[in-house]
Each structure stands twice: as structure tokens, then as C-alpha cells.
Ligand binder design. Structure first.
Ligand code: ASP
Length: 440
């Protein structure tokens, strides 16, 4: 028998009907030993997320206004779930206590964490499982940085005392015991932490989509689902904006060598996406790339100087100028006498002129130019390493679509090929690349 840890997102626990689906999933496989719930999410487009309502309660308390009207909406959601599931416990008392504590503590993290806390209490009752409060087993240091090893020790010990348990996501506590949360969407991280401590065989992240798609469906029509993805490929695709999992959810499970399976609560028979340590050997027989993702809003800083390549410290001085103004860069493709730095527009807003001036002083280039309106597209896949002609295929597709390439960056890992193009060509280029590698 193996061990599985399941995390259910807010949309998977938004009402009683979804609680029933969750129970059916958990009871269909005795390997599920620990469950990490989010707070109830939206039931329909115009609905409100419990976490948003809780932050709103806190803001009202802070302004010395009454939060009762807002809290009533929250209480109604939980009460309805408890009533429809015929849970045998006093949900009203839990609501009163929580509303009162939010008013007394005046702490935004505490208020927000109650969404997961109350959902965890309800889910534990419904499944008939133990409840472990995340406040006792997930630790942050005094600065609010997640204390991974300390948490792992406490969590491992706590889990060893419970055969099956529900541990709410999203929050933990400072060394003094005060509640602190991860950033939004942080229940994904909590699930990964529990999976690591439980030495799980797999971390199953249940959400409302059947895994990662090979491209953004708002740009490419009906992209295929990615069945298998390595953690490194996931990093590359998430960097470019593919978001299904919280970025920081990768670290605990990756460290422990545990795969993550993204599944759809509303379509439990779909195998979803499996995120693995290493790609399986036969994965790329019929598919070279794993996915394509992109981002707009970059600027290209191009610097030219004769004999640049022989000038000791040139690159360092360029990067020093950026560092001095607190600007981080994304990519650094270089030529013989040219150097380009790709920088996100948001980094440059107020500091453009000063940086140029500084580079002029310290590097004395022949020419320096800033071009805004650049989009980056990353074509990602382990398969690209072993398949000759991949770059040719990519560039031919862009040429045939009439897209001019402004920059190319292929790291030596050959896991990722990034092209910089004009922002107006973004949609055309994404489709051209996708269609070049995926034949329907
Ligand atoms: N409920 C929190 C949020 O809305 C955390 C989570 O769902 O993962 O961000």
C-alpha cells in the first residue's frame, strides 16, 4: 500500500455537491491518508471567494466598522454546506467564535486563514477523519520566511500520530504561535509540505482543470493536455506564465523526489498531468516539445562596442549598472561585439535614463539602444535535446508566418528555446510554433 496526499482547491470545495465529489474521490482509494483543503471558492462567475470576504471583514474591523454583514455571507456558505451534508455538529458556534476572533485579533493573516480552518473542520467531520490545525505544524521564522526543515520535523511527528487526517492549507504560524499565511493560492504549498512529511508516493493536486495545457487556450485553439511534465519543464513554463500550481509548491516535493499529479475534481477519471523528476524514456517518440508559453512587456537593451569581447570586465560593468539601480534582468544573449539584455518593462519604469547614463559612463559603448514592445516565447521540452532540426522547425514556422525574430536564447541545457519578437506578432508566433510541433 502506498501513501497519497490530496489537496483540493477552492473551486473543488465550493459547496456541498463538491464536498460529496471529494468524499467519493477519497473513499475510492485507501491510499489517500492526508487531505489539505483550500477555503470555499466561487460557485459561479459572479460569486465571491470566502478568502476575499475574510480580508474584507478584516478591513472593516480595522476601520472600526461592523464586519457582521460581510461575515453573514461567509457563515451562510458554511452553514449551507453543513446542513446539506447533514453534519452532526454545531456550525453556528464555530461561526460565532470565528467572527468574534476576527474582531478581537485585528490580524489580516488570522482573518484570511479562517477560510481554510473552517473548511478543514467541516471536511474532517464529513470524512470522519482527524483534524490537525496547520497553526501547530507549519512554521515560519520571525521574518515570515517559511521554515522548511523545522516544519518538516514537526509535521512528520504529527502525521505519525494520525492514520488519516485533514490539515487546512494556506497558513501556519510564527515562532510565537501567531498565525501567518503564505501568499495567495498558498494551499498548494501546504499540500506539498504534507506530502513531503508523509513521504508520499504521490501528491495529488485536485483542481478544476484536467492539468496543464500545451499552450494558453486564449491564444491557441484547443491545445492538447500535457500528460507528463518534469519539474524543470514546469519551472520554465510557469516562468512564462502558465499557472495551475503556486510556484513555491514545487520545492518541498521536488526535494523529496515525489511526483505531483494535477487532476480535475469534476472529471476524476481523467489522468490529468503528472509532474515527474525525470521524463520517461519513451515520452518523446511522437512529441518533441512539451509546451509553449509566452509573455509580453519586455524591453531589449542592446549595446555595441568594437572589440567588446576582448575588453575585460565589460559584461560585469553593464550588469553592475543594472544592479546599482535595483534592476534584475531576464536574459543575456551576447554576440562578438554586441550584448543584449532583456529586462521586464516593470523593472525599468522610473530608472531607464539613469541606467543608460551609467552604462555610457562606465562602459563607453559605440551605441546603446532600448527597444520596448518585445514579447518572449519559450518553447520547452526535454525532447528538444535529442531531436535534430528542432530549431530549424521553430524558425521556419516563424519565417513562414511572417514573424521577425529580434532575439534568440537557447541555454546549453537545450530544454528551452526562447525567442524575442515584436509584441504585435505574439499571437501569430504562438500559433505558428504550436502548429509546427503538434499535428492534430
Ligand atoms: N484561500 C487562499 C486563496 O484564496 C489560498 C488558496 O486557495 O490556496 O488565495
Amino acid at each position: 500500500m502506498g501513501i497519497k496526499v490530496a489537496k483540493f482547491g477552492g473551486s473543488s470545495l465550493c459547496d456541498a455537491e463538491h464536498f460529496r465529489k471529494v468524499k467519493a474521490i477519497i473513499e475510492s482509494d485507501p491510499d489517500y491518508r492526508y487531505v489539505v483543503p483550500s477555503a470555499p471558492g466561487k460557485r459561479f462567475d459572479a460569486d465571491e471567494k470566502i478568502t476575499d470576504l475574510l480580508y474584507q471583514c478584516h478591513r472593516q474591523v480595522e476601520r472600526n466598522q461592523s464586519h457582521e454583514e460581510t461575515f453573514r455571507k461567509i457563515a451562510e456558505r458554511y452553514t449551507q454546506i453543513a446542513r446539506e451534508l447533514e453534519l452532526d455538529f454545531d456550525v453556528n458556534e464555530l461561526m460565532l467564535e470565528t467572527s468574534d476572533a476576527i474582531r478581537r485579533y485585528k490580524n489580516p493573516d488570522f482573518a484570511a486563514s479562517r477560510g481554510e480552518y473552517m473548511n478543514g473542520v467541516l471536511l474532517a467531520k464529513y470524512l470522519g477523519w482527524d483534524f490537525i490545525d496547520a497553526q501547530d505544524v507549519v512554521k515560519f521564522d520571525r521574518q515570515g520566511i517559511f521554515a522548511s526543515e523545522w516544519t518538516n520535523e514537526i509535521m512528520t511527528e504529527a502525521l505519525s500520530r494520525h492514520e488519516r487526517a485533514v490539515i487546512p492549507g494556506f497558513y501556519g504560524s510564527f515562532p510565537n504561535g501567531d498565525v501567518h499565511t503564505f501568499s495567495r493560492g498558498g494551499s498548494d504549498i501546504s499540500g506539498a509540505i504534507v506530502a513531503r512529511a508523509a513521504k508520499a508516493d504521490v501528491y495529488v493536486n485536485w483542481t478544476d482543470v484536467s492539468g496543464f495545457l500545451m499552450a494558453d487556450p486564449r491564444i491557441v485553439k484547443n491545445p492538447r493536455c500535457i500528460r507528463e511534465l518534469s519539474y524543470r519543464e514546469l519551472r520554465e513554463l510557469s516562468y512564462m506564465g502558465a499557472t495551475v500550481l503556486h510556484e513555491d509548491a514545487i520545492f518541498p516535493v521536488h526535494k523529496a523526489g515525489i511526483p505531483t499529479n494535477i487532476r480535475n475534481t469534476n472529471d476524476p477519471d481523467d489522468p490529468g498531468t503528472m509532474i515527474v523528476m525525470q521524463p520517461s524514456p519513451d515520452r518523446h517518440r511522437d512529441q518533441i516539445i512539451t509546451g509553449v508559453a509566452g509573455h509580453k512587456n519586455f524591453t531589449l537593451l542592446s549595446i555595441e562596442k568594437a572589440m567588446m569581447n576582448a575588453e575585460l570586465g565589460f559584461g560585469r560593468r553593464v550588469l553592475q549598472a543594472l544592479e546599482d539601480f535595483g534592476v534584475s534582468f531576464e536574459h543575456l544573449p551576447t554576440g562578438i561585439d554586441t550584448m543584449s539584455v532583456v529586462i521586464a518593462d516593470r523593472e525599468l519604469v522610473t530608472r531607464k535614463d539613469q541606467i543608460i547614463q551609467r552604462i555610457q559612463q562606465t562602459c563607453q559603448p559605440d551605441a546603446i539602444e532600448l527597444s520596448a514592445g518585445i514579447a518572449l516565447i519559450a518553447t520547452v521540452g526535454h525532447g528538444m535535446t535529442s531531436a535534430p532540426g528542432t530549431a530549424a522547425r521553430l524558425f521556419t514556422a516563424l519565417y513562414e508566418a511572417g514573424v521577425n525574430i529580434r532575439m534568440i536564447d537557447q541555454g546549453s541545457s537545450e530544454l528551452n528555446n526562447i525567442v524575442g519578437i515584436d509584441v504585435d506578432d505574439f499571437e501569430t508566433a504562438m500559433n505558428a510554433i504550436y502548429r509546427a510541433f503538434v499535428k492534430d
